[in-house]
Design a protein around this ligand. Structure first.
Ligand code: ADP
Ligand code: ZN
Length: 435
């Protein structure tokens, strides 16, 4: 497999860490240009830093800090040098804004180009960017990277699903970028429109922006007959291009020349060892307009610690699939769980179609929590065979309970019954606060 930037992608660990220390010092110095960081960094002397772990003396930056410094509070360059503004999707509260210089945009496009080439795409490909453009970073982020690689880039955005399929068909799209939930919906519409999803020229998919399970990835790969690669990023750290899977698909390489990663215990903030699951904390190492130190991403994952370097030859560490955000955790009857655990179980049943929803409610005199999982099924797998259906219900209930301890109520629905989202899917409905 080719590389976009072989030198940096395969840099020996000691050189990579030296580069991180150098860039960390520069970033801290740059941050001092803002009032916020000048105050925060009073007791920090970056000239003493000798290893990347020295970052741990710096206080964390949180989403609330970004909000408190709305609008230009964390910008370190003169206003004239800013060429772009982006924003988070606002999944959790008020959106935050991020600014970029022209150099930032180029650095970002370059990081995305590495991901694209790492997944095996190249300039001969036709790339359809089936994701929201505008303030959300997924659209323009992949767009600039794809053009940098030299792919024919179709900025189709989201929505108008039939037209998406038409474009794929007419222009022989080979590579796409989409949220996993939306591309599964596209595949359903393909079937409804009389296409075989495998008949297109698609060969590679970049899927990300929302948590999804390994089973879901395999679904996407099987249905469309493609290779799907997990793509992780967030607007605070540019957007896509932070971490991405290589052909090994055994974790996502995080580009450590640009991002210094730590994994911390979200409750105690203690830095965890490789292999331990916790909250990802990231320091940008290569950003001009708006560098961020020790950003608490809220995302839960771990560093892949299989004792070996990846056989693709890249030296940058890998992170596991994102389990969810710390605040995605559901507490039902006092038991903690993540929607991704339920998804993993559901998608392992071939009868289960592509969509599901988790509903939490509280009813009755004792006000006990209840957990209902609505699951769309492929009806042709039953053909009115109610016995089969009941067995499936028992099997799914038991498997979900094995995973999350709480016994769910399983409700079967026809495909297409649940609301579809063009961006990030809404998987959880909590009715417990409603009276
Ligand atoms: P918001 O935080 O408002 O949704 P973004 O649009 O910047 O803003 O989305 C970034 C978030 O999306 C990440 O913090 C993470 O929670 C989620 N995300 C992005 N990529 C993935 C992925 N591959 N797997 C799981 N979650 C992801
Ligand atoms: Zn690799």
């Amino acid at each position: 497999m080719p590389f976009w930037d072989k030198h940096i992608e395969t840099l020996p660990r000691n050189e990579l860490e030296d580069l991180q220390v150098k860039r960390l010092k520069d970033t801290v110095a740059r941050c001092r240009k803002t009032v916020f960081y000048r105050n925060r960094l009073k007791s920090v002397d970056e000239s003493q830093f000798s290893t990347p772990e020295d970052v741990s003396v710096i206080p964390f930056t949180t989403k609330d800090d970004l909000r408190a410094n709305y609008d230009f509070g964390l910008v370190t360059v003169p206003r004239e040098e800013i060429v772009r503004m982006h924003s988070s999707s606002g999944t959790t509260g008020k959106a935050t804004v991020i600014f970029h210089t022209i150099k930032d945009i180029e650095t970002w496009a370059d990081l995305v180009a590495r991901c694209i080439v790492m997944a095996g795409a190249n300039r001969a490909d036709v790339f359809q960017n089936i994701i929201s453009y505008g303030m959300f970073t997924g659209g323009l982020g992949l767009h600039y990277g794809a053009e940098r690689v030299g792919m024919l880039t179709i900025p189709s955005g989201v929505g108008n699903t039939k037209r998406q399929i038409q474009l794929m068909h007419d222009f022989n799209t080979t590579v796409f970028h989409a949220t996993p939930s939306y591309i599964l919906y596209v595949s359903e519409v393909m079937v409804r429109e009389g296409f075989d999803p495998k008949e297109f020229d698609l060969r590679i998919g970049f899927v990300g922006a929302e948590p999804h399970s390994e089973q879901t990835r395999q679904r996407i790969e099987d249905i469309l007959d493609i290779n799907a690669f997990n793509s992780y990023g967030m607007s605070e750290l540019n957007g896509p291009g932070v971490a991405f899977e290589c052909e090994q698909k055994s974790g996502m390489h995080i580009w450590e020349d640009s991002y210094l990663l730590e994994v911390v215990n979200p409750d105690t903030c203690e830095v965890l060892a490789p292999g331990e699951e916790g909250e990802l904390v990231v320091t940008t190492l290569n950003r001009e307009a708006m560098p961020i130190l020790r950003y608490r991403t809220g995302d839960l994952a771990r560093i892949v610690d299989d004792g070996e370097e990846c056989s693709c030859g890249r030296t940058h560490v890998r992170i596991s699939r994102i389990k969810g955000r710390c605040d995605d955790m559901l507490i039902v009857k006092g038991v903690n769980m993540y929607p991704s655990q339920i998804e993993d179980v559901l998608m392992s049943f071939p009868e289960v179609a592509t969509s599901y929803q988790i509903i939490m409610d509280r009813a009755g005199k004792k006000a006990l929590d209840s957990l209902t999982v609505q699951v769309e099924l492929y009806p042709k797998m039953f053909d009115g065979d109610l016995k089969k259906l009941r067995t499936l219900e028992t099997d799914i209930t038991r498997s979900v309970q094995d995973e999350i301890v709480v016994r769910p109520k399983i409700e079967f629905l026809e495909p297409g019954s649940l609301p579809r989202s063009e961006g990030k899917a809404v998987r959880v409905v909590d009715k417990r606060g409603e009276m």
